[in-house]
Design a protein around this ligand. Structure first.
Ligand SMILES: *Cc1c(COP(=O)(O)O)cnc(C)c1O
Length: 389
């Protein structure tokens, strides 16, 4: 199977034929509870009726036109994203890495336009993840992602996540921006504290730096707020969004305040597919759902409920050493390899995602219910008993 596909993924030998809500079904009819949601992508579950209806209707009208024309669903989506955030303008692309690339380019051209062309460097954080392009692997600076791809893109200064004092010491008159995931996802579910986020905002303001928040994974309601930075009562200058924005249809966005966004004039940046009618129509349908009353409240309540259950399981055995996270973005640190934990859970028909070598991520659909959370916790509890004895 898949022998003509490049081998850059370690694949699990299961293939799914359909998905309904929180469940995935294999072609031989086995059912799995999906607490991965792609990787925080299918936040409304699988085959959500209103997303299916939106996709069907649009597919019969118009799939694609280029950005040489006005695209109504794109303008509408941009307007709604701005109404529900700090931003004034949006650039659409197709993925998280592209959104971060756009953010980095925007930061540079903004300083260039405002008489500070020497401000081109970006401070980013150890253990981060921003995508797999040349610039984004350099931004994250993880040796395992850079190995073999040198020389790396220049201009990134790395500091420890959460350490405000070390940032001040690396700021120079060449610094343009600070790039942060409010909740590190791939890096193991580490939540930036409220005071750290606030200090970072002040530091950027005081030094004339742009604050870029990468909300590709933690945005779109995942933490129980539309954007994770809302928990800290701060706003960035630029934000990147992707993963859940299209509910499973590829779309990304780079959002910014007017003063910064205005540097992108015709010819500076672009994308063939970015914001096309199919993608933006589906993303509009995703927003309709997230903006329903009580949607985000439910994420907070279910996240608290799930974390409480997990902490009980942790204290009843030795396998789980820590439970971290915010809303329905949860990391379970184990004293066994994450891959072993995930395989054991898969045997109980529960799907999870690796975060780092000893931490697994639970990223259930935001539409998950208490019965499904119970089912997941029972699987985790029985695996903890098996592996802990
Ligand atoms: C997944 C992710 C990306 C990269 O997104 P792609 O769509 O895979 O390019 C960037 N930043 C964060 C925080 C992510 O979780």
């Amino acid at each position: 199977m898949s022998s003509n596909v490049m081998k850059n993924y370690g694949r699990i030998d299961i293939s799914f034929e359909k998905g309904i809500g929180s469940y995935l079904y294999t072609n031989d009819g086995r059912r799995y509870l999906d607490f991965a949601s792609g990787i925080a992508v299918t936040n409304l579950g699988h085959s959500h009726p209103s997303l299916v209806a939106a996709a069907k209707a649009q597919s019969e009208k118009l799939w694609h036109v280029s950005n040489l024309y006005n695209i109504q669903s794109q303008s509408h989506l941009a307007q709604r994203l701005c109404e529900h955030s700090f931003a004034d303008k949006v650039f659409f692309c197709n993925s998280g890495a592209e959104a971060v690339e756009a953010a980095l380019k925007l930061a540079r051209i903004h300083h260039d336009n405002t008489g500070n062309p020497d401000r081109w460097r970006v401070i980013s954080f150890r253990n981060a993840f921003h995508g797999r392009t040349f610039a984004t692997i350099a931004a994250a600076g993880q040796p395992k992602h850079l190995k073999g791809f040198e020389p790396q893109v220049r201009g990134f200064d790395h500091v420890d996540f959460g350490d405000i004092s070390s940032i001040e010491s690396v700021i120079t008159n060449e610094t343009a921006a600070i790039l942060l995931e409010p909740v590190q996802g791939e890096g193991g579910i580490h939540v930036a504290s409220k005071t750290f986020m606030q200090d970072l905002r002040d530091l950027c303001t005081n030094h004339g730096l742009l604050l870029i928040l990468d909300e590709v994974q933690c945005g779109m309601g995942r933490t129980g707020r539309m954007w994770a930075h809302e928990w800290a009562n701060i706003t960035p200058d630029i934000m990147t969004v992707a993963k859940a924005l299209g509910g499973g249809f590829p779309i990304g966005a780079c959002m910014a305040i007017e003063e910064v966004a205005s540097a992108f004039i015709p010819g500076t940046h672009g994308s063939t597919f970015g914001g096309n009618p199919m993608a933006t129509t589906i993303a509009n349908a995703v927003l309709d759902e997230i903006q329903n009353v009580h949607f985000l409240e439910n994420v907070v309540a279910n996240g608290d409920f799930l974390k409480e259950r997990l902490n009980l399981i942790r204290s009843s055995g030795s396998v789980i050493t820590e439970v971290r996270g915010k809303g329905l973005m949860i990391g379970i640190q184990c004293n066994i390899p994450a891959l072993d934990m995930m395989a054991a859970l898969r045997r109980k028909h529960l799907l999870t995602v690796i975060a780092e070598c000893n931490t697994i991520r639970l990223l259930p659909p935001l539409t998950v219910d208490r019965i499904e959370i119970d089912e997941a916790c029972e699987a985790i509890e029985s695996v903890v008993k098996e592996l802990g004895s």
